[in-house]
Design a protein. Sequence first.
Length: 632
Amino acid sequence: MVVNMINNEISKKIETISSYATGLVIGKRHGYGFLAVSKSESYFIPPYQMNKVINGDVIEARIIKSDNGKLVAIPEKVIKTDYNEFVARIKLSDKGCFAEGHGHSSKRVFQISSRKINGYENGDWIKCRISQHPIKTGNAKASIVSKIADSTDPMAPWKVSLAKHNLCDLDLSYSTENKELKNSIEPYYSDKTHLPFITIDSETTRDMDDAICCEKTSYGYLIHVAISDVSYFIKEGSLLDDIALSRGITSYMPARVIPMIPRELSESACSLVSGEEKRALCCTLAINEAGKVINFDFSLAKIKSILKASYEDVSNFIDSGKPWPYCNSSLSQIELLNHSSEKILELRKHRSAVMDYPPDNRFVFDSEMKVSDVMTSKKGSGNRIVEELMIAVNICAAKYLTKHSAPALFLANDGVDKGVLLDCAKQVEPGFTALQDIYSTAGYNLVAKKACEKNENIGRMIANASSSYLVTKSKPHLGLGLDCYLTITSPIRKYSDLNNHRLIKSIILGCSEARVISDDDLEALNNSIVRSKLASNDVNQWAYIDFYSAMFGEIIPAVITNIDKVNVYLNPVGNRAEITMLSSSIPGFKDIDSTLQKVKMTSGALSIGDTINIEITGVNVNALTISGYYRS
């Protein structure tokens, strides 16, 4: 019905204007889409024109003006399509055999030959290849490449998500390598096994790559952070190193972990298991009483963790006063780590905007891999201790590698679009632009801080505006409010950290041990990170769909997380399921302020961060969507 309404509206008289634009096609659930030309420029693509393109295409389009004055994109030429191979579900009907693209938000259906479906059943999951693009005729055709899973396979969410995002799930094996180098660098590892290191992580975590301890000093605190020396086991340029580079990152999904390196390394030899002697890169930070790092140093060391504590237990002890469930000898460490990280956080809040941690969710699966419950745990002081110390170490690492002109992999974050930032600045304080250059890192921080203080919704929008990405030349990380930032604290889980770790190690040893990252390597790394996150998001959303499929008609509270030109996106209070609500279906709907991401109504408005009541109106496994309707 929604599609028909949109088609009828767009089919009205249109006035052609002499204008063309090139951009990315972004399809939406109800069949329409947008041509994204830049962060701040996009054009509506009506459903009958979306039939000619595929979500993700880069196209050239003619821009026309409808009789209501709105600009519409008419696709004319495909410049690039990345949708050559895709995951789909077989759909058999009296009209023929079709492949319905999975998670394909423009609801694209491809015709497939009936002679090629022997052995396949309705609903089976398959991988397809496009044989005819729809740009000329509006008809899309595809051929079957392989079968992914039966329609009834309980592991389909994992198999389909991995296939869709081209992730390899084969287990790796490890054979001893790098023996000569190990022997030659052994004297460089000082003995720090006397220090009371502890690890704080999730209760189920087995790949622990950092351990921490703290000493009280006359000037403040001396913090030791030990990071697993993965490069001790994996030689630069070896086959395992090449595989780790191609994977880029450990993929974490509900009930499934696909490690970047072999499990016998990630969960055993490299993991900082309590009671076992391990080799590590150590960062020692001298912190004053104001939380400022006044000195730091990197060294190689042998360490031995005395305790594996969970985030939940540490948070319960600090935040709720619950009994400490571990040995009393570790209590003093927790108290010192708590006090020192609090001071670091307070100083960071003076520099930039810091948002509250979102809650963690854990799915409970039954024997058939159906979701029986969603457990929610609020992040507390245990998470804060680790988060603040890791950020502090990473900032020191960025300074260290920059000082030594090392070819590091930096982490950049572009923040919110400049035009949007200016509008945000004016919203939180009239005349704000006169204070200083809001497009500098310091200016961005000032806008973000003021926004958090005066308007939490705008502050949240600024904080979540952009994803981080890897670069070989330092750029600002506006999400953290820093001119220069990189990470080294997760070498078991991230190749960029392993490579930066190697650079620091090579400076300590006075040799060259790190890999030179080419432009192709960099692009592959960034793509691997994105694909891993998308696969994880897909499995999570699939699990949420399973959970909410039994809740049709129920009204639940939900928080608005994003607003685009057509939809409002929400998370139920307590978890991260994505629920989509059509903006125009909201009673009293007037218009959308896409700059400040606000839905204007006849009485009031809805903004990011607002909590409203919504009714669950439907789920779609193939499109990975949960639909909702506003209830006041």
